[in-house]
Design a protein. Structure first.
Length: 461
């Protein structure tokens, strides 16, 4: 359950000690990175964040190198292995790997952070804290005082605090209800809207997703690859064919999934897969704050062999229906309510969702900074995101925009998605197909793109 990313930088790699010192000098800006979980005895409460008295940045910042020739294939293989390893629950839930030996005078940084610590939106904001906005930045102000870990709470204290919270939370709820009763008409209107929103979300979620080759039992090992995209191209497609950039992204993913399924002998006529699309319910005032403020919407993806333009219009229409149904509002309400539910009930609900066939895959699109970032004077060339896999879900697609790019990170179960690169090829072809439908000029092929002849042959499939 960690979100992750592979960041590629231009220039020679800094030394390990230089990187370690730079990160250590900024940890006071993200204090949660020096905290770990403390678990309440007898499962009587949610885990709480506590300072790690044994915190050592050397454990979390690691150093490795690629074998020759140091190409992107070697980097993808390493990323898949690193992203397969679970984070140690007895330590702060993050890691950074400095990767040397990347061809073209470049280096990479692999990052892993548990979803309980940070979600996609706040993760991007924190990246702007860890990175610099110029190659020659101003020095970071030192902390006001040296960090000293607060004493760990005892098991008895953890249990007492959990029981106290359980006793006082109902009172807080009652006070909130009394406050809303002061305006009964407003309260009734809001309650009706909230009930309708939650019902829309629940009704959609209770309908099982269709069977697909992406919903099988998975193991602990992962493959990871990426596809580069151009944000300007996606905006041009949107301007020409309608919808939003996110609609274009979903239509591209739908087209690629259909191509991949037909390539493996699956019929896709009239087939619609269901994507779980995380949405941020983080208010603007909360941007940069640590923690998980993400809810979910269910979105249908038409994967049949339809015209690319028609597929985009179908996705846009479906997204309009999702927005009008109030799923996003319902998801936010349930996110807030979950803070008042018994931890054991919420844990069982999470396990149930992981075991049920509620969705076929996760597709998450996160807006990133549209300006260059730097690490110790080296420019960030590209960043490729990773979303964790749920049980019985062998594929996840994460998209991140950065400095004019719109890059797709594909993560797959090592065994179930042995040909993940084939899906990446189909994703490139799906982008080309939509660009052709919008009558856009072809973009120059990047180092990760297949030959023109192969792309044209796939586009004709």
């Amino acid at each position: 359950m960690h979100v992750a990313g592979c960041s590629v930088f231009i220039g020679s790699a800094p030394s390990y000690d230089e990187l370690l010192e730079a990160i250590a000098s900024r940890l006071h800006l993200v204090p949660r990175y020096r905290q770990r979980l403390a678990f309440v005895p007898l499962h009587q409460g949610r885990p709480v964040w506590v300072d790690d008295p044994h915190f050592k940045p050397q454990y979390h910042v690691r150093h490795t190198a690629l074998p020759r020739p140091g190409g992107e294939a070697e980097l993808k293989r390493l990323a898949g292995r690193v992203f397969s390893q679970a984070l140690d629950r007895t330590r702060p839930l993050w890691e950074l790997w400095l990767v040397e030996g990347l061809a073209g005078g470049r280096f990479a940084v692999l990052s892993k952070t548990h979803h309980a610590l940070v979600d996609g939106i706040s993760g991007v904001d924190i990246a702007t804290v860890l990175f610099d906005a110029s190659a020659d930045p101003l020095p970071v102000a030192p902390p006001e005082h040296e960090w000293v870990a607060r004493p760990l709470p005892s098991s008895a204290q953890l249990l007492a605090d959990a029981l106290l919270e359980r006793a006082t939370v109902p009172g807080e709820v009652a006070r909130g209800v009394r406050a809303t009763l002061r305006g009964p008409r407003t309260m009734a209107t809001r309650a009706g809207r909230a009930l309708g929103s939650v019902s829309a979300l629940a009704w959609t979620g209770l309908q099982a997703a269709p069977p697909s080759p992406f919903n099988v039992r998975i193991g602990p090992h992962r493959r990871f690859t990426w596809v580069r995209g151009d944000l300007g191209e996606f905006k041009a497609i949107k301007n020409e064919l309608g919808g939003t950039v996110n609609d274009v992204v979903l239509a591209v993913v739908a087209g690629a999934l259909g191509r991949y399924m037909r390539l493996h002998g699956s019929s896709t006529d009239g087939t619609e897969l269901r994507a779980m699309v995380p949405v941020s319910v983080r208010a603007d005032i909360e941007r940069g704050a640590l923690g998980n403020r993400v809810a979910a919407m269910w979105v249908t993806l038409p994967v049949g062999p339809a015209d690319a333009g028609d597929r985009l219009r179908e996705v846009s229409s479906a997204m309009d229906g999702v927005k009008q149904s109030g799923q996003a509002v319902g998801a936010e309400i349930l996110t807030r309510v979950s803070g008042f539910a018994l931890p054991t009930i919420m844990a069982q609900a999470a396990r149930l969702q992981a075991r049920q066939r509620l969705f076929n895959l996760v597709v998450t699109n996160v807006p990133g900074p549209q300006f260059p970032l730097y690490l110790l004077g080296r420019e960030l060339e590209s960043i490729y995101p990773m979303v964790p896999l749920a049980e019985n879900t062998a594929l996840g697609v994460a998209i991140l925009s950065y400095n004019g790019q719109l890059n797709f990170g594909l993560v797959g179960d090592f065994d179930a998605m042995a040909d993940l690169e084939t899906l990446a090829d189909e994703l490139r072809s799906s982008i080309d197909e939509l660009a052709a439908a919008a009558d856009l000029p072809s973009l120059p092929s990047g180092p990760d793109q297949v030959a023109d002849a192969t792309r044209q042959a796939r586009a004709a499939r």
